[in-house]
Design a protein around this ligand. Structure first.
Ligand code: ATP
Length: 479
């Protein structure tokens, strides 16, 4: 049986792992750690909750113990909360070494971060935007001697989603030595493999967990087909049932927008559920505080946007509810991966409207698993429908009287200015794109309608012809 010693870890580090309940390497650790310890670049793709973090933290700590200096390792990750989680793993596993880490994320004080960077920590864990800001504005630290560059959730860092990291990554990569080890990890690497290979140039060792499915077997994946207007009633009913039956379960509800996240949090609170939210329009300190309260089970229900979809490791989470069907299978995989981690069981329930059925099909195609219907007593849901919808409407009115939308607009404009774009020009461009999109949609609809009409016409003709034939035959028979 493979153990951590046979993979090349020192006794003190194996002992440290044991203290954390990490006794036997998981497949991603067993396969990726030896090449990393040999000095190779590595790309590791394994399911959510399979121990990818330790697969890169352990070899880095091992190598650091052999030649300790700062800054030895840089870890980049897409979200601020994830940066704290990764830094914690380094701190705990590297404690006997006196490992010093430094977390560089947006929304926190830049001056104290600059000071920490200049103190040459062993490991820097950062989100790309804030680290690039430090590089552009100060020369009090250097990353020209780092041994390791790690991109956690590497595909997210490289894709051009709503937050585009590519410019910041370019700034960061320009300051790093060419001779370094680059490690890339995610549960969904394959689509961005080509771009990733350009970053890990050193003939990377590539490992992907061999499995037919892309989600873990311990996860019970369900859906509920519901009209849009009944979604919230289903949600309240589900939460009521879960909290009645399992008082130690924590639940994450994923929503599409910050506003929806806010509305649902307020609504669930009206129904006396211990609910807290996490989205990007909250102040960073509030984000950390809410996450800490959820992790400590002070609040058992977290309503979050996709800012919480990747990486977060909270063992008490038993249920993930998708209030909207994710538009991309990849997002679905990461969201539902917040439960059923490290061999535990979990349930995910996706609320699906009739317009989302094609999304479910594409999710099922990607994960190679069919979602099963979640049985619900519809009568019970209909009983609370009016009350839930009235409560939601009241909350929406309450929120409209605050400056929630306005703040969102201001934040968006700020972001565009920071990216060197003109917010007014961007708005114009967006409106034009929207116009083209809606024209295209109308055109497509027209074509569909005319095809339908044609089909209908052909069918009608066939039927008439058939009738005529029948009449003719009947007439011939009587003659
Ligand atoms: N060898 C091991 N044995 C038991 N538990 C482990 C082992 N390695 C890691 N763990 C635990 O498994 C949990 C999940 O690990 P981790 O967060 O690294 O998953 P991941 O693969 O990065 O998931 P995601 O793709 O969602 O980010 C953590 O709580 C971690 O402490």
């Amino acid at each position: 049986m493979t153990d951590f010693s046979s993979l090349g870890l020192s006794d003190w580090l194996v002992k440290q792992c044991k203290q954390l309940g990490i006794n036997k390497p998981t497949p991603v650790q067993e396969n990726c750690m030896p090449p990393i310890l040999e000095g190779r670049d590595c790309m590791g793709c394994a399911k959510t909750g399979s121990g990818k973090t330790a697969a890169f933290v352990l070899p880095v700590v091992q190598k650091l113990s052999e030649d300790p200096y700062g800054i030895f390792c840089l870890v980049l990750t897409p979200t601020r909360e994830l940066a704290y989680q990764i830094a914690e793993q380094f701190r705990v596993l590297g404690k006997p070494l006196g490992l010093r880490d430094c977390i560089i994320v947006g929304g926190m004080d830049m001056v104290s971060q600059a000071l920490e960077l200049s103190n040459q920590p062993h490991v820097v864990v950062a989100t790309p935007g804030r680290l690039a800001d430090h590089i552009r504005s100060s020369d009090t630290f250097s990353m020209s001697k780092i041994q390791f560059l790690i991109l956690d959730e590497a595909d997210r860092l490289l894709e051009q989603g709503c937050t585009d990291f590519t410019k910041d990554l370019e700034t960061i990569l320009a300051t790093l030595p060419a001779k370094r080890q680059t490690l890339l990890f995610s549960a969904t690497l394959t689509e961005t493999l080509h771009e990733l290979k350009n970053i890990a140039m050193n003939k990377p060792f590539f490992w992907e967990s061999k499995s037919e499915t892309r989600t873990v077997e311990e996860l019970d994946q369900r859906y509920i087909l519901t009209p849009e207007k009944v979604k919230d009633a289903y949600l309240v009913h589900l939460i009521q049932t879960f909290t009645d039956e399992h008082d130690d379960w924590s639940i994450i509800i994923f929503t599409n927008t910050c506003k929806d996240c806010q509305v649902l949090t307020m609504m669930l609170r009206e129904f006396n559920f211990p609910t807290i939210s996490l989205h990007s329009m909250m102040k960073q300190k509030q984000r950390f505080a809410n996450l800490a309260k959820f992790k400590a089970s002070v609040f058992k229900i977290l309503v979050a946007t996709d800012v919480a979809a990747r990486g977060l490791d909270i063992p008490t989470v038993q249920v993930v509810i998708n209030h909207n069907t994710p538009g991309l299978p990849k997002i679905y995989i990461h969201r539902v991966g917040r439960t059923a981690r490290a061999g535990r069981n979990g349930v995910s329930i996706t609320l699906v409207t009739q317009y989302d059925i094609h999304l479910v099909h594409s999710i099922e195609g990607q994960i190679q698993t069919k979602l099963k219907e979640y049985p619900v007593e519809e009568k019970e849901v209909l009983k609370i429908l009016t009350q839930v919808n009235v409560t939601r409407r009241e909350i929406e009115i309450k929120l409209e009287s605050t400056d929630f939308d306005e703040k969102k607009e201001i934040n968006k404009r700020k972001q565009l200015i920071l990216e060197g774009k003109d917010p007014d020009l961007e708005a114009k461009r967006k409106a034009e794109l929207e116009k083209i999109r809606s024209q295209k949609k109308k055109f497509k609809q027209k074509i569909q309608e005319s095809i339908q009409r044609q089909k209908h016409g052909q069918l009608k003709k066939k039927l008439i012809k058939r009738k005529q034939m029948k009449k003719k035959k009947a007439a011939q028979a009587t003659a």
